[in-house]
Ligand binder design. Structure first.
Ligand code: EPZ
Length: 417
């Protein structure tokens, strides 16, 4: 059982290069199925969720291997359309493969993606979208059996701007005859990155990043090279860590436009934040101060994935900060663990109120989920004494090497297996 051990209380200073975005590379890996040829991905992060996607591609008959720092995928030999249960259970977001498999082969089978640590993860919008395009989907025995040999472009109005449902709609629409217009689409930057990749292989997609995305289906595709965008949540993680522990950090490989709600909150808390071309700097000298209510929302609102990270930074701030988690039903599972360190947090449904305490104490913690686990690292850095974080497989899903990155900032942190 591996653990991350942190001796907290140190001021942090240094430079970190931010990894490629998990939430971009996963839909892009699914999208490689649309082109029966080669895709070279650069800036692809080494994550367990990426390895899970590679296992799915290989199961489908595709090849996918690392060649140095490039991930080379070739789907020309794809000969299966089923994603077995054990692969679906490894990664809930595997449902993103559904639209691409249907677009490529007209058949798809997969088990229902299980729920996850964040509560139920329904896929009703994904299925409604695919049915709207003409897919016939039978839900039986915990699995999905889908047929879609003649998908036709339609207008699709999403009842809520679901990231995954938007991505599945775009990928399926690439295999549909004619034009598809997706209304109330999610606007996350990762969807723009997906559009950039799809255009690179020859698909006709426009409007990603806005609420209306248009796809002209069944275009000739060709090989391509694509560089994955920077991970805005990993960037937010390191900014929160330095804000919490005090010090100064320069981040490389960031797009500050994607971080604005997070950097605005940290600035309000008393940090100095500057953004440049592909870089972001944060300085934190005094004890942070409480900020106005933090409401998570679909992009460009405050990202739900940064809620736990900002909460961890506010644990020792002067005053109280209210959080309202509007996206997921159960995204405060990290609170009980943070309380073990002396944090003062009250939770009632979707609302959590953090009242800053003068000091936090190192404790034995267990990761509850990906971003909750990252929040525990942030809190451990600003606590007195030793914090031991277990169940770190959750963290490995989305962070390439947080020990390496935080050690580069001078943190006393190590991995103990
Ligand atoms: C993506 O998840 C991200 N994952 C999540 O990041 C992120 O938190 C989320 O978007 C919101 O930004 C990936 O991109 C791989 P949604 P996704 O569909 O697509 C409900 C992380 O930590 N909903 O936008 O699953 C759903 O239950 C992860 O990196 C339905 O009701 O999110 C949720 O309450 C966590 N029916 C809300 O919509 C559906 O069919 C938003 O979910 C689909 C979603």
């Amino acid at each position: 059982m591996s653990e991350i051990i942190i001796q907290g209380g140190r001021r942090l200073e240094g430079t970190v290069r931010v990894q490629g975005a998990k939430n971009s590379v996963l839909p892009v890996l699914a999208a490689t199925i649309l082109h029966p040829g080669q895709t070279v991905l650069r800036g692809c992060p080494h994550l367990s969720d990426v390895e899970a996607s590679i296992r799915i591609l290989r199961h489908l008959g595709c090849s996918a291997q690392w060649e140095g720092e490039e991930l080379v995928v070739d789907t020309s030999s794809m000969d299966r359309w089923d994603v077995p249960d054990h692969l679906m259970r490894e990664m809930r977001s595997s449902v993103i493969f559904l639209g691409a498999i249907l677009a490529r082969l007209g058949w798809a089978e997969m088990s229902y993606p299980g729920g996850c640590e964040l509560g139920p993860r329904p896929i009703d919008l994904h299925l409604a979208t695919l049915r709207r395009l003409g897919a016939v989907i039978r839900e039986e025995g915990g699995g999905l059996r889908c047929e879609a040999h003649h998908m036709a472009g339609r207008e699709i109005a999403l009842s809520l701007p679901s990231v995954g449902a938007t991505e599945n709609a775009i990928l399926a629409a690439c295999g549909a005859e004619g034009e598809t217009v997706i209304v109330n689409a999610a606007r996350e930057p990762e969807i723009e990155d997906l559009q950039t990749y799809l255009r690179a292989i020859g698909c006709a997609v426009r409007g990603a990043g806005s609420s209306t995305v248009c796809v002209e289906g069944r275009r000739e595709t060709h090989d391509a090279v694509h560089t994955i965008m920077p991970d805005r949540i990993a960037a937010a993680t390191y900014l929160a860590a330095v804000a919490a522990a005090g010090g100064e950090v320069e981040l490389e490989n960031v797009d500050c436009r994607h971080l604005s709600t997070v950097t605005a909150a940290l600035h309000e808390a008393g940090c100095q934040v500057e953004g440049g071309e592909g870089r972001a700097c944060l300085r934190s000298r005094e004890r942070l101060r409480a900020i106005g209510t933090v409401r998570t929302a679909a992009y460009p609102g405050f990202p739900t994935d940064a809620q736990a990270l900002l909460m961890a930074a506010m644990l020792r701030a002067r005053g109280s900060t209210m959080f309202v988690e509007n996206i997921f039903a159960n995204r405060y599972r990290h609170v009980d663990e943070l309380r073990r360190m002396g944090a003062d947090i009250s939770v009632a449904g979707r609302v959590a109120v953090v009242t800053g305490v003068p000091r936090l104490y190192g404790a034995e913690l267990r990761c509850t989920d990906l971003r909750g686990g990252a929040a525990m690292l942030v809190a451990g850095l600003s606590a007195e004494g030793v914090t031991r974080v277990g169940d770190i497989h959750h963290i490995r899903r989305g962070y390439e090497d947080p020990v390496r990155d935080l050690r580069a900032l001078g943190a006393d942190i190590r991995l103990e297996t």
